[in-house]
Write a protein that binds this ligand. Structure first.
Ligand code: NAD
Length: 104
């Protein structure tokens, strides 16, 4: 299975990536490194530095890597949920991100 892990250079996403690799899955990490670190994404995963709000990039990654599933951990907390507009821009309900999820 091919999995796109957003926020895979962060704490939870990095552990998810390690678990998926241990299970023999193929992983591509999408992270803008705003709070994450490139070294936190395991070498066996392909790290793409970019934003989950970039719908074209997400769509291209899904196609190029034949992504079967997305694990979405890209987030900015705790400030994120203090403002509704930030929630809509970066959270799971992100408008640009939703079409990419639907295509998966
Ligand atoms: N840390 C915990 O104990 C914990 C527990 C339960 C749930 N969670 C949830 O897991 C998610 C991740 O938390 P975390 O602790 O790993 O945070 P984190 O800051 O360590 O990781 C978030 C990652 O997302 C990246 N990121 C942020 N905005 C992005 C964007 N627009 N595009 C691409 N990448 C972006 C950051 O660079 C970072 O690498 C959050 O939704 C959090 O609520 C965390």
């Amino acid at each position: 299975m091919s999995v796109l892990v957003t926020g895979g250079a962060g704490y939870i996403g990095g552990h998810m990536t390690l678990g998926l690799l241990d299970a023999g899955e193929s992983v591509v990490v999408l992270d803008n490194l705003s709070t994450g670190f490139d070294w936190a994404a395991p070498d066996e995963a392909r790290l793409v530095v970019g934003d989950v709000g970039d719908a074209d990039l997400v769509a291209r990654l899904i196609e190029e890597h034949e992504v079967d599933a997305i694990a979405h951990f890209a987030a900015k907390l705790p400030r994120l949920f203090r403002r509704r507009e930030d929630n809509m821009r970066h959270g799971t309900a992100s408008t640009p991100f939703r079409p990419a999820l639907a295509s998966c």
